[in-house]
Design a protein around this ligand. Structure first.
Ligand code: NAD
Length: 441
């Protein structure tokens, strides 16, 4: 375990995916700190909290060896960044991706703190993962990598201290291995509440109904809420979605129930267009079987630039951060961007979307459905309960609607963007907690 100061991984520049001459570059973590600083000004946050809140509490980096199928041994680097736990245990996903590094994990961990605070779940913020490409490894190798990583994190995670969940490149199978490893190495394998060490597990091993679709479902609640407030009839509207994994595919499927057709999709392998609308169920099945949209027969292949210029009404980015820079923001034809992904819009892109009157429902609200239902899973694990899908769905809808109401109220009160309104609400809750608890000793 080392301190981040020893970490030599290059900071990933938050450059626009297609940088324009003269366009500024952004570092993801600094971008998030910038939002916190803007919110701090609005709510007149005391100076000492402006120093504490932007920084993570713990930066954990581990190196661990894993034997590959070939017999070779590879050394992996894993991260767990624990940003803040004043409101509850650290909470946040595990990401397996070849470009994920310390800067991303710090940014994503901080976003979890603000997301949980905003939506009102009693968790803090964390994020972690491993920089590697899981598509290049066998299932057995990924299982061993996951188990060694969880073993290396040891007592830094636990159902009362830090609770991982799925993110890009991980899913419910990863969480089942993570839970099994924790339970078998914690020395308390009889304690059923230890299943709450991770969320997003398969239902058969302590997961909750409704978690798999939860993030997409939350995005849809935010879109419906926005549409209701703006007299925007969703029936017959067109959706474009970038990323067709957990968040993107469920958002598209759930919106299809409301009469919204998905006309453009993209993932790490490319982009497809179908003016008649894709059958989102079939596309979801195809991606489950083939790992990507590549080769899906019912769509015309288009470039990334053509994708961003497609004729549509709603855009849901559901892949990675920093996908909407200035050029993409100028190209988009939609009325609404609902951020399924974390950090998909960079500040240059957002400024242009604002100028063009394109509404942005920010990530820390729009994709908070995932952590909200993770909280329900954790509560069920603690109480040995199994809630019905109706229980989960109803609670999630209430939580998301309340989150939306908060955002509109705060945007009105502070005359600011939806994003900064969300940060203001989230930072305010931590201010109250710090002021009431004081600074130890
Ligand atoms: P996933 O691994 O299931 O899907 C990721 C998708 O992004 C895949 O379709 C992949 O092909 C695509 N992708 C990867 N690199 C790309 C690139 N360079 N260009 C275009 N597409 C690319 O992951 P997920 O869980 O759906 O997460 C997607 C986003 O949503 C991430 O930003 C994640 O942090 C965020 N998020 C996820 C959850 C959750 O519950 N899973 C909750 C909140 C936020």
């Amino acid at each position: 375990m080392t301190d981040s100061k020893d970490e030599k991984a290059p900071v990933k520049r938050h450059a626009s995916a297609i940088p324009l001459p003269g366009e500024p570059e952004f570092e993801f973590f600094k971008v998030i700190q910038g939002y916190v600083a803007q919110a701090a000004n609005l709510i007149e946050l005391p100076e000492y909290l402006r120093r504490i809140l932007p920084e993570p509490k713990n930066e954990i980096i581990v190196h661990f060896p894993v034997r590959l199928d070939s017999g070779d041994v590879e050394l992996f680097k894993g991260y767990r960044i624990q940003h803040n736990n004043i409101l509850g245990p650290f909470k946040g996903g595990l990401r397996y991706h070849p470009s994920a590094g310390l800067d991303d994990f710090k940014a994503l961990a901080a976003m979890m703190t603000w997301k949980c605070s905003l939506i009102g779940v009693p968790f803090g913020g964390a994020k972690g993962g491993i920089r590697f490409d899981p598509t290049k490894y066998s299932r057995g190798e990924i299982e061993r990598i996951t188990r060694r990583f969880i073993h290396s994190l040891a007592n830094n995670i636990g159902p009362d201290s830090d609770i991982p969940a799925p993110d890009v490149g991980t899913g419910e199978q990863t969480m089942a291995w993570a839970m099994d490893t924790y339970i078998n190495t914690s020395g308390r394998s009889g304690n059923q509440a230890n299943r709450g060490v991770v969320t997003g597990k398969p239902v058969a091993v302590g997961g909750t109904l409704g978690r798999t679709k939860a993030t997409g479902q939350g995005v849809v609640h935010c879109i419906v809420d926005w549409a209701d407030r703006h007299g925007f009839d969703l029936e017959g509207k067109k959706l474009m979605v970038q990323g067709f994994g957990n968040v993107g595919s469920h958002t598209a499927v759930l919106l299809s129930h409301l009469g919204v057709s998905t006309v453009a999709v993209g993932d790490h392998t490319g982009y497809l267009y179908n003016p008649e609308g894709f059958n989102t169920y079939r596309l979801q099945d195809y991606v489950r079987k083939h790992g990507s949209i590549q080769g899906y027969p019912n769509g015309q292949s288009i470039t990334r630039a053509e994708f961003f210029a497609a004729s549509a009404d709603i855009f849901v980015p559901a892949a990675l951060e920093n996908q909407i820079g200035a050029e993409e923001a100028r190209a988009l034809q939609v009325r609404l961007v609902a951020e399924g992904a974390n950090g998909p819009t960079n500040p240059a892109g957002e400024a242009i979307l604002n100028e063009r009157g394109i509404a942005v429902l920010p990530d820390i609200l729009a994709n908070a459905g995932g952590v909200t239902v993770s909280y329900y899973e954790w509560v069920q694990n603690r109480r040995s309960e199994s809630w019905t899908i109706t229980d989960v769905d109803d609670r999630l809808e209430k939580a998301m609607r309340l989150g939306c109401q908060q955002m509109y109220d705060l945007a009105h009160r502070y005359n600011t963007s939806y994003r900064i309104a969300c940060y203001a609400g989230a930072v305010e809750r931590l201010r109250v907690a710090y002021e009431q608890r004081g600074i130890f000793p």
